[in-house]
Every structure is written in C-alpha cells, then in structure tokens.
Design a protein around this ligand. Structure first.
Ligand SMILES: Nc1ncnc2c1ncn2[C@@H]1O[C@H](COP(=O)(O)OP(=O)(O)OP(=O)(O)O)[C@@H](O)[C@H]1O
Ligand SMILES: [Mg+2]
Length: 222
C-alpha cells in the first residue's frame, strides 16, 4: 500500500501573552492510501489541532510532514491552496458555511476554485451526494435558516464534492440524529471502498471509531 501521510511532530505550541501550551509532543502518524483511521482522546488533547496540521491549515509546529511523497515545507502557496481544495476534504467541527450564500452554492463553492475538470465521478456528483445525505429540501435555504444537523450535512457535502484523496473529519456526526449519522457514515465508507479515499476521523463516538481500520488514542504527555 502506498504511504501518503508521514507526519512527525516534535511539538505544537500555542503561545499567548502569558499562556503557553505545548501539545502533540513527539507524535508520529503514518497513513496508507485507503486507510480509515479514527482519532480519539479527551477534550483539549489536540485532536482538532492535529487535523489542522494534517490538512495543511496549520504549518506552525516543529517536525516534518511528507504528504503524497512530498515534503510539505517545500510546497508553494499555490500548491498548498490547490491541495487543500482538491486533495483534502475537511469536515470541520464548527461549520464554516457562508451565510450570504444558499446551501447549494455553499456546497458547490470548491468547484469554483478548482483548476481541474476531471474530478467528476459517478457517485460523487452533486445530485448523488445530496440524495445520499438527504438535503434536497434545504438547498435553496441560507445557513442561518437551517438547523445544526442540516448545516453539518451541508458542510459534509461541500467537503466531499471534489472527491478528495483524503477526508479529515472533526466529529462529523456530533450534531446528527441516528438516521443522519448513519447516512454520513455510510457515504464516508462508501467513498473509501469505491475510490480508496483515505479517511481520518476525530470522534467521541466509540461505535463509529471502531468501524475504522485503526484507532489512535491521543494522550497528553506533558
Ligand atoms: N488558537 C489557539 N490558541 C491557543 N490555544 C489553543 C488554540 N487552539 C487550541 N488551543 C488549545 O490547545 C489544546 C488542544 O486544542 P484542540 O482544539 O486541538 O483540542 P481537541 O482535542 O480537539 O478538543 P475537543 O475534543 O474539545 O474538540 C487545548 O488546550 C486548547 O485550549
Ligand atoms: Mg476538537
């Protein structure tokens, strides 16, 4: 199996005036294409911080990160932006939808920024996604008119519309009822099967975590 993620963090520090916090000390992770990894651990241990580093959102840490065989510190800003848009799907904990756009336009936003035209696939066109997670009825609404669970599903749809190689999920099922939780999990694992999509999920949901190939327990070392 091809190794696509090879990350070694010495330390991630958050510094503010008087506070100093050091997390993810000597943390290593290797992931092969198509692997499903769950990340669990107590609140504040650094799970979201880790996803930000994996997703190239945060590059302010000591360590080395090789992604798709390339050292990420060598990537240009342009490459970074493209990789974030086309190769990495990010399902954020707080849904960052744009309030002035409809749900449909929010979901289709990554397509606007895309350079490539070959990223369409049978399963992953817009209609298939919205059908799979049942959000047809909210497409014309704006985010502020939607419930938390509806927004969570819209965020999910937006993050997979480019058919990324890696999907990073930060508690994707936290605000969902059982039925919608199943729909998201099904679609996630279906993408994994069909496209060999690598899935990295942060979750407090044990049952969901145990359906991944590997569960990584994050702990505070200092
Ligand atoms: N931007 C920031 N500035 C300062 N400290 C931060 C920042 N972001 C996170 N932290 C701190 O870093 C630690 C790890 O935060 P992180 O959000 O990664 O935790 P988490 O494991 O995702 O927690 P949760 O399960 O509650 O989402 C926490 O102590 C948090 O307060
Ligand atoms: Mg978090």
């Amino acid at each position: 199996m091809t190794k696509i993620i090879d990350l070694e963090i010495q330390e991630k520090v958050y510094k503010k005036k008087k506070s100093y916090i050091s997390i993810l000390n000597n943390f290593k992770i290797e992931v092969s294409a198509g692997e499903k990894i769950a990340i669990v651990g107590k609140s504040g241990v650094g799970k979201s911080s880790l996803l930000n580093i994996l997703g190239l959102i945060d590059r302010n840490y000591t360590g080395t990160y090789t992604l798709f065989g390339l050292p990420t510190d060598k990537l240009s800003m342009k490459d970074l932006a493209n990789w974030r848009n086309e190769k990495i799907g990010f399902v954020l904990q707080e849904s960052a939808l744009i309030n002035s756009l409809t749900i449909e336009d929010n979901i289709k936003l990554p397509l606007l920024y895309s350079r490539s035209s070959d990223n369409k696939s049978k399963l992953l066109n817009f209609e298939n996604i919205i059908r799979a997670i049942d959000i047809d009825s909210i497409l014309k609404k704006k985010p502020l008119e939607c419930s938390g669970g509806e927004k969570a599903r819209a965020v999910f749809a937006r993050s997979i519309i480019m058919n990324p190689s890696i999907i990073l999920c930060d508690e994707p099922t936290a605000s969902l009822d059982i039925e919608n939780r199943e729909k998201i999990i099904d679609l996630l694992f279906k993408m994994n099967k069909e496209f060999n999509t690598t899935i990295i999920t942060v979750t407090h949901d044990n049952e969901f975590a145990n359906r991944h190939d590997k569960v990584i327990h994050l702990e505070r070392r200092k």
